[in-house]
Design a protein. Structure first.
Length: 68
């Protein structure tokens, strides 16, 4: 009976849970926002994209901790 909760390998299921999708969506929005703000401040696009990418990973960790 302990194995009743396991998923069958033949069934199609979601790739991400709703919580993981929300965490990644918010992190992507934060990264895009940081990229746009950095580009508007006068930096070049490669630097702005690097800033956005650098902000995304901590945003994932932050939203993972605060969303319960």
């Amino acid at each position: 009976m302990a194995q009743a909760n396991r998923r069958r390998t033949g069934r199609d299921g979601p790739l991400l849970t709703q919580r993981a999708a929300v965490v990644f969506l918010l992190a992507a929005l934060v990264g895009i926002g940081a990229t746009v703000l950095s580009a508007l401040s006068g930096t070049t696009w490669p630097v702005a994209v690097s800033v956005g990418g650098g902000v995304t990973a901590p945003a994932v960790l932050f939203f993972h901790q605060i969303i319960d």
